[in-house]
Design a binder for this molecule. Structure first.
Ligand SMILES: Nc1ncnc2c1ncn2[C@@H]1O[C@H](COP(=O)(O)OP(=O)(O)OP(=O)(O)O)[C@@H](O)[C@H]1O
Ligand SMILES: [Mg+2]
Length: 494
């Protein structure tokens, strides 16, 4: 193309076409590629030339066939099957090595013979080769069916520019596609060998956790699940059960925190008729109901000394006694327990029995806090978006970055809540930073008081998130425990 010709061509582009090219060239040039780079570019092209479908296909010379790099329809959905496009047309571009524009495909005897052209009722097609060195590397094609507008020569010029842009960025695109495929492959591999049921994440910390869970699940050992609030202790307990050979028998969980002692005892151990007022028949405890299965004692740190003694007996001798009964019964249950408190510290303060601690602590399993596995945030966020949104919402790169910059004192549960709120706030097709409302933002936005009041609110909020643990609240606020204690004292004295 002569220079003057090229300039004439550029002038023919409409503003929106020009802007689209600009946008695409910027995306192709940016330091980091969006996961959806090619899809987004195709979507823009489809929109600006008013097509129905777009295809970016690679030609595999050795096997003489085309492969989809990306294919989209105007509803922004992926098309997976290349046979939905006319291979006859692709081959024609390959042969001629020139752009093609057809207005009335159905009445062109040369083209209408192609089966897919018939089936898809294609009316207009625009296709250009991507030439690399001497060879046709691939083809970009857009087509439209009967009810859509015809393509124009101006569209062809636009398409040519687009193809040139892609050829220029081809090395990077290829590298990126390769990484994407490898990533998928690795993820799949991980899923088959190391997946933890219902638990997402492929960060190093999660892969290590997965390995350990798979290993301990089979053993039948008692496991103490440790981790901050919201890190997935419940899920881990369920996963251990599902991966164990007790999986076909019951899994029963009992929350042990803040439940009156006698109520908890009768739940766990059952009672004999007449054991207390209202006990008008014998009742099996949950530990008996869970026979041959798994019993999960959630928030074990909170149980009373009397119950601790009874649990020790279950662990040491697999024996229970119903309330008010004298008969000892054997139970066959595997015990899992969880806490977000420092049990060892409670032992040293004589608040938790040391012998029970050692019985439970046969195998401690520590769940990593979310801030130590920020690599998992994109996967988790995407999964939660799908969970809460009816439409296919995407998440903006900057929004993901905002999530990754935060330190998540409330861990995955907090991430779930933030995403759920974001989905409600978002009325477009992309979740943006402004939809990601973190606790601090919220506090900031609605706050009109003094700095002292702000400190107080932030501290209280943070303490809530970490279940009142002062050490962790101090850590996450970047202050000393002493500071927290002092502030709490001040607040109490107010
Ligand atoms: N790896 C994960 N992948 C997907 N969802 C997760 C994962 N870990 C936790 N969740 C979700 O996060 C929420 C909190 O998890 P869970 O209840 O297991 O935490 P927890 O450690 O038991 O918290 P708490 O100490 O407050 O009881 C749940 O909705 C759970 O489904
Ligand atoms: Mg829990």
């Amino acid at each position: 193309m002569l220079k003057s010709n090229r300039i004439k061509n550029i002038k023919q582009l409409s503003d929106s076409q020009f802007e689209t090219l600009y946008e695409i060239s910027q995306a192709l040039n940016s330091a980091e590629y969006e996961d959806t780079l090619i899809e987004d570019a195709l979507d823009l092209v489809i929109e600006v030339i008013n097509a129905e479908r777009g295809l970016f296909a690679k030609y595999d010379e050795r096997n003489d066939k085309f492969e989809i790099v990306s294919a989209r329809n105007f509803q922004k959905e992926n098309i997976k099957d290349l046979s939905e496009f006319s291979s006859g047309l692709l081959r024609k571009v390959l042969q001629k090595r020139k752009p093609l524009l057809y207005h009335d495909v159905q009445s062109d005897p040369q083209l209408s013979q192609f089966q897919s052209v018939q089936i898809q009722k294609i009316k207009s097609v625009i296709a250009v080769p991507i030439i690399r060195g001497e060879k046709v590397w691939g083809v970009i094609l857009a087509d439209s069916q009967l009810n859509r507008k015809e393509f124009t020569d101006e569209n062809l010029i636009f398409f040519n520019f687009f193809s040139n842009l892609l050829s220029l960025a081809l090395d990077r695109i290829l590298e990126y596609e390769k990484l994407r495929v490898e990533n998928e492959y690795l993820k799949n591999q991980l899923e088959t060998t190391e997946k933890i049921p219902d638990m997402l994440g492929s960060s190093k910390a999660m892969r290590e956790l997965a390995k350990i869970i798979h290993r301990v699940a089979k053993t039948g050992a008692t496991i103490l699940i440790l981790g901050e609030s919201g890190t997935g202790k419940d899920l881990a307990a369920q996963a251990i059960h599902k991966l164990s050979n007790r999986r076909d028998n019951p899994f029963i969980a009992q929350f042990c925190g803040s439940i009156p002692d006698n109520l908890l005892e009768s739940e766990l151990f059952g009672y004999k008729k007449g054991a207390f007022t209202g006990a008008d028949s014998d009742k099996k405890g949950l530990l008996e109901v869970a026979d041959k299965g798994t019993f999960f004692l959630d928030e074990i740190a909170d149980i009373s000394p009397a119950l601790q003694a009874k649990l020790l007996r279950v662990l040491e001798n697999q024996e229970i006694m119903r309330l008010g009964d004298t008969q000892v019964r054997k139970v066959n249950v595997r015990i899992l327990a969880a806490t977000n408190k420092d049990l060892k510290k409670l032992v040293s303060e004589n608040k938790f029995r040391e012998d029970l601690f050692y019985r439970l602590n046969v195998f401690p399993l520590k769940l990593p806090p979310l801030r130590d596995r920020k690599d998992d945030i994109p996967i988790l966020a995407n999964q939660f978006i799908t969970k809460y949104s009816d439409i296919k919402l995407k998440i903006d790169r900057a929004a993901v970055q905002k999530l990754q910059d935060y330190n998540w004192p409330g861990n995955i549960r907090q991430l779930l809540n933030v995403i759920q709120r974001g989905v409600i706030l978002c009325d477009g097709s992309k979740l943006l930073t402004e939809h990601i409302i973190l606790e601090e933002d919220e506090l900031m936005n609605s706050f009109s008081g003094t700095l002292k009041e702000f400190e107080k609110q932030l501290l209280q909020k943070r303490l809530e998130e970490v279940n009142g643990n002062r050490t962790r609240a101090a850590e996450s606020l970047g202050v000393s425990v002493r500071w927290v204690q002092m502030k709490l004292k001040e607040i109490a004295e107010e």
